[in-house]
Design a protein around this ligand. Sequence first.
Ligand code: ZN
Length: 208
Amino acid sequence: MTVRTHADSLKWVEHGTGLLVTQVALLDEESIARPSMLPGWTRKHLVAHVAANADALGNLVHWARTGERTPMYSSADQRGADIESGARLSVTELVAWLNVSVHKLGVAVDALTGEQWRTEVVTAQGRNVPATEIPWLRAREVCVHAVDLGTGTTFADLPDEFLAALITDIRGKRGIDEVPGGPLPEVAAYLAGRPHSLADVPDLGAWL
Ligand code: ZN
């Protein structure tokens, strides 16, 4: 069992955001319109989702700072509609949205005080968590979706400590007692429902 710290999560957000933003900056109108590694989503859908997720987590940071109840998304329908409309933006508009959303979330997170970090907020899945969980939620998104972009980043590019924490997290969510043996990045990819090289393991289906 891996214990992740708040400082770890903040570090992984930076790592994953760096990977993602660097890869997205290399895409042009044609390459960003190609399929991502997530079924049914182009890279545009994926970038729109990651930008919208930063805005949504910004709502939770606002909640932690002010005590005013501001959920991540107004509804599941709204969440889907924002991704669809985001996917119709030009590459320039989409990259600008991503960069602004990343910057705004970073500024908001940096401004939280110790007490505000302990405020309880509710995730999109309806879980009550302290605000310190927000960077972990974001780290998962940026690190795993940097791989999903399909531009060459793999789970092996993610820090081992992050992969170990991810495995612990997904095991808990999926209720898996026994994890198959194998290289850490492959086990993490398998549990996350992503392409992997493990042999003779049951299909787990999608996650995140
Ligand atoms: Zn996601």
